[in-house]
Design a binder for this molecule. Sequence first.
Ligand code: FAD
Length: 406
Amino acid sequence: MRTKVLVLGANFAGLTAALAVQRELPGEVDVTVVSASDHFLFNPSLIWLPFGKRDRADITFPVAPTLESHDIEFVHAAATGVDPVAKKVTIDDGRELGYDYLVIATGYRNKTDVVPGFAENANTITTLAEAERTGDAWRRYLDDARGATGPREIVIAATQSAGCFGAAYEFLFNTSYQLKKAGLRKEVKLTYVTSEPFLGHFGIGGLPHGEQLLRMFLKKEGIEARLSVGLDHVDDGALVLADGERLPFGFSMVVPPFLGQEFLTTSDGLADDKGYVRVRPTYQSEKYDDVYAVGVAAAVDVPWQTPTPVGIPKTGFPTEVMAHTAADNIVAQIKGETPTHTKEFGDIKAVCVMDAGNNGVVILADKMLPPRKHGVLIPGPQAHLMKLGFEKYFLWKMRNGHVQLP
Ligand SMILES: Cc1cc2nc3c(=O)[nH]c(=O)nc-3n(C[C@H](O)[C@H](O)[C@H](O)COP(=O)(O)OP(=O)(O)OC[C@H]3O[C@@H](n4cnc5c(N)ncnc54)[C@H](O)[C@@H]3O)c2cc1C
């Protein structure tokens, strides 16, 4: 009988892990992918969607053809429970799927109760549907601002415990760029609110000269900042900060903290209270040798304390590295070997591009988390072009299942 590998999730982590295992052991494994979404989403381009620079068709593709062309079964369903002792996953049509090896790659959901009023009054861009709603709000804002009928202030924020600061910065600078294009930049007060202790911390402790560079970017764009502060609540039309300051807005975008999926919290010994699966450096779960977790679904401890808590950004590059490490270990286990491949999150290289509209910053470091030997930020318009090129390349790579490529 063939070994059954079950993968939950079909985005960066799930697609990579499933295709990598299948590629190593064709004909020897039955790989099945179960995902709540039947489309791959290139989340990094959600920063452009509200401005009409992308729509959902540009940054998604259906995963079934990709998987089926690689002899992987696709089930469009949400997992609702894991029984790691019986080695079964329950899905939302009531079926139970058995496995020999399980890969949990179910990513994130927004912590919508992070502050009162977030769910009702805040726009965000962390999911496709919300980025589309933020696009509606942006268009309404532009109409009102042009007609001088509404408040003109804009606030972009990353709340306490948020980790996805790159997206907040990218959206901030893209907003500034779009305001310039609309001929409104000089008339609009644009403010960045962040839990980071200093500009350019990014949830990874900052990089050499990063703070000065980000300060320069903000000064050049005429953007005000409120640092090291959380939100108290979000009103209809104002962000109220933890220190009591009230920032009225005609348009805002707020990045919340992420959580793992709720169903994982109900399985004994699998996930922490945030729904993230506790893993070893092999990406096996701490408790079960045959259960792996990769990407955002894997727990990573924040290695520092800051006056206002900040989270860790689990970005695309480390997500792919985790998925490949888990795939290599599953292949080893299937061959009867010990799973020895390890790559701790903090030791994975940091490789990221921060877009700023028609400009940007390439971020490179030898390790995601300090202590590091090297780290560099390279600003310039080439960074914007790199992000455009990378989007096209990555969508092509994933759609065609070429997960062995960099
Ligand atoms: C706005 C934004 C901008 C970003 N920009 C960048 C960037 O510039 N560079 C970068 O490197 N990274 C960026 N990231 C981070 C990047 O998107 C993540 O690293 C990546 O999405 C992680 O992939 P994942 O597969 O672990 O999780 P996800 O992308 O969250 O995918 C989870 C998958 O699991 C599925 N799923 C969820 N629940 C269930 C369930 N119960 N059962 C079955 N399936 C389920 C989902 O449908 C989805 O297919 C950005 C993220 C955001 C939100």
